[in-house]
Design a protein around this ligand. Structure first.
Ligand SMILES: C=C(O[C@@H]1C=C(C(=O)O)C=C[C@H]1N)C(=O)O
Length: 276
C-alpha cells in the first residue's frame, strides 16, 4: 500500500475535501503533541501510537521520516506550539464500506502553545466527574480515533461546572480516564492506572510514564479502578501531551496532597529533550 499523502497545514490552511471520510464518519485517527523550539516532545512515543492506531483500523501508517520532515518544515521557525497529526482514510466510497484503494490522508496542524493555566501543574486542580458514560468497544480501545463526541459533550460539562478536567467511566462503574487525559494514582502504596481494554485512549504521556516507572524499578498496575479505590488514594494526577501532569487536589468529596510520585513523574517528563 502506498505511503499516505502528506498535506501540511501551516499558516495556509488547505481546504479539506468535503467527501473526506474523516468528516463524514470519523474514519481516522489523530495525535497531539508539544513542540518546543520547533522540535517535538516524545516523538518516538507518538509515532509508535500513530503507527499502532493506523494498523488497528487498516490505514497505511505515515512514513516516519517523511512525517518528521514535514513536521520540521511546519515548525521551521523554531517556535513552541502544539502539533496535531490527523490521519483519515481520505475520499472514497459512499457509505460506511471503506474503499480498498483509498490512500490515507495525513494532515499536520500547528497551534499556539496550549493555553492551559500554568498553575494547574504546580498547585493542582479540582477534578470533576462526568455523567457521560464511555461506550465500551474493545476493538477501538486505546485508539485515538476521530469519534470524540463523548469527549465533546463531557468537555461541555466541564465548561458548565468550571472544571479544568473531569473523570469519565463506564456504565459498570469503572473509572477509565479524563475527558482529555489519562489517570494515575497511588493506592495502598501501589502505582495504578486504568487498564485500557474496552474504552479510553492510550496516550503517549501515559506510556512515557509507565516506561519511566519500569526503568526505575517501580511497577505500574494497569487495572480496573473503581471509585472506592480512588477515594482512598494517597495521590492522584491526570496527564496528556499538552498539559503533561496536573496533580489532583480534590475529586468528589475527597481531598489529596500533591504527592512525591506526582512530583517524580513531573521531573521525569521535564527531563526529556525535544527532538525527532
Ligand atoms: C482534543 C485534542 O487533543 C486532546 C486534548 C488536549 C488538551 O486540550 O490538552 C491534549 C491532547 C489530547 N488529549 C485535539 O484536538 O488535539
Amino acid at each position: 500500500m502506498s505511503a499516505p499523502v502528506m498535506r501540511v497545514h501551516g499558516g495556509t490552511p488547505e481546504a479539506v475535501d468535503p467527501m473526506d471520510r474523516g468528516l463524514h464518519y470519523g474514519d481516522g485517527i489523530f495525535r497531539t503533541l508539544r513542540m518546543v523550539g520547533g522540535l517535538p516532545v516524545a516523538w518516538p512515543f507518538h509515532v509508535a501510537r500513530l503507527t499502532h492506531d493506523c494498523g488497528r483500523i487498516g490505514l497505511p501508517p505515515p512514513d516516519p521520516d517523511a512525517l518528521a520532515a514535514d513536521v520540521a518544515a511546519l515548525f521551521a521557525d523554531g517556535s513552541d506550539g502544539i502539533l496535531k497529526i490527523l490521519i483519515t482514510r481520505g475520499v472514497g466510497g459512499r457509505g460506511y464500506t471503506p474503499p480498498s484503494t483509498a490512500e490515507a490522508c495525513c494532515r499536520l496542524y500547528r497551534f499556539a502553545p496550549a493555553a492551559h493555566p500554568p498553575e494547574h501543574a504546580d498547585t493542582g486542580i479540582i477534578l470533576g466527574h462526568s455523567g457521560m458514560a464511555l461506550g465500551c468497544q474493545p476493538a477501538l480501545a486505546g485508539i485515538k480515533h476521530c469519534n470524540r463526541l463523548e469527549q465533546v459533550l463531557a468537555r461541555r460539562e466541564c465548561a458548565d461546572h468550571g472544571w479544568p478536567e473531569a473523570l469519565m467511566g463506564t456504565a459498570d462503574g469503572r473509572l477509565v480516564c479524563g475527558t482529555m487525559s489519562n489517570l494515575f494514582a497511588v493506592v495502598d502504596d501501589a502505582v495504578v492506572t486504568p487498564a485500557i481494554v474496552d474504552a479510553g485512549v492510550i496516550g503517549a504521556t501515559r506510556q512515557r510514564l509507565i516506561e519511566a516507572c519500569r526503568a526505575a524499578g517501580r511497577s505500574v498496575m494497569e487495572t480496573d479502578i473503581h471509585p472506592a479505590a480512588l477515594a482512598r488514594a494517597e495521590e492522584i494526577f491526570v496527564c496528556n501531551s499538552a498539559m503533561e501532569i496536573w496533580p489532583v487536589r480534590q475529586w468528589a468529596e475527597q481531598h489529596y496532597p500533591v504527592g512525591p510520585f506526582t512530583r517524580w513523574c513531573q521531573a521525569q517528563l521535564a527531563a526529556a529533550c525535544a527532538g525527532f
